[in-house]
Design a protein around this ligand. Sequence first.
Ligand code: NAD
Length: 476
Amino acid sequence: MYSDLALLIGGEWRAKGDAGCSEPVINPADGRILANLPHAGARDLSDSVVAATDGMRVWQKISAYERANIMHRAADLFRTRLDSIARIIVQEQGKVLNEAMIEAAMAADVIDWYAEEGRRAYGRIVPGRVAGVRQMVVHEPVGIVAAFTPWNFPVVTPARKIAGALGAGCSIIIKASEETPGACVEMARCFMEAGLPAGVLNLVFGVPAEVSEKLLARPEIRKISFTGSVGVGKHLAKMATRTMKRSTMELGGHSPVVVFDDVNPEQVADMIAAYKFRNAGQVCISPTRFYVQEGVYARFLERFSAYAKGLRLGNGLEASTTMGPLANPRRLDAMDMFVKDALEQGGKIRAGGKRYGNEGFYYEPTIVTDVPDHSLIMTEEPFGPIAPIVTFKTFDEVVERANSLEFGLAAYAFTTSIARATAIGDALQTGMVGINSVAISTPETPFGGIKHSGHGSEGGIEGLEAYLNVKFISQA
Ligand code: NAD
């Protein structure tokens, strides 16, 4: 069972694009074709902008209260289909079913969060300098949004962008990933069945560079939200400035994990190893550089390695599987490159280190030690199941090494000292920090990076503000 793929433009499902092009969607567990995905042609994209313009007019006239009701209905419908949507995610993306269920459940929560938050887009009255003058700060929807989402979280990332835009009163054209389109198609179906007016949500697919070029050239579109790699993010941000569009950029990371020697290393290794190999490491906030203080290094490494070696690779739909394949063959090549470079730099492979099986895109959970800080695995985002684990001596040293890259998305630290917890939380230069915790992504809290990892937040009250303009009205 897979999804019936189509484009959604102006409330109509189009099984074919006007140019007649399509591409196969591949199951990474066995390399087989799941379905053919239609591409939007130039006319489809132009139609989507016209539809979003009409949709925005209608959506703005609907009260925030009623908008929230429609969004809640969509979330409820989505929840009734969690199991089938999770199975679509597994087939097109590769993660294990349990993780896909968690992702889908979170997507429904995100929709509910923004539905409610849209009802709280409060303004304020500022006391005037002159008697009788009323100074009002009001929030208005930013306008039509163009959103681009990647393949690693096929519904929760689109949910953040769609629900953020809709909650704020905007219409949206979203280009979800061509490699994992089905789950987003099913989510769009829920919105339409929930009574979302035509044109408020439009879903397109195509050649990413062509779609973004065409959409970003359109002056009607006022905001772009992108999740993906740093390079593509910079390219899109540059294009967006040509028509002065606002942008939210959720880009890559290279998250340091700092383990101080006052912790129980086995306990920490169990928690962080499970988190590391979630979605086979293809998570932007995945822990990717492990700095462990010398006193607990050997015990931490032993326990972490045992966890990695105990993972069972296979199709994510099988109950015995604890780690699925990588999402595409590009990731396999990247893993080989990281391992080759690590070995050339004097690194040692403590677990894994190679591809697995004869079909599908599997890579063994891999642990590398003794790599220098300038090696590829310590400086470029791995986006896969490779964990470099190295030692450090002092607080100041590890802070400098953790902050040394241009990435600034997430960081983690483990300590039992309250003073050290506070100090490391302040010192790490990232948009999100988990201290003795990995719970840094919820609908209620801001999610986003700094430095080259991007700007703007998704989630929390900040996530709604990303889709709102501020207007000041001085009324005498
Ligand atoms: P990529 O850089 O080619 O693509 C990343 C995403 O951007 C994909 O979803 C792609 O469809 C989209 N994209 C690419 N060019 C585009 C364009 N001109 N306009 C609009 N969208 C465009 O790389 P990839 O092989 O798909 O992924 C590899 C790297 O991307 C990873 O190493 C990781 O750094 C990054 N990535 C980050 C996230 C994240 O959550 N931040 C998600 C997926 C991938």
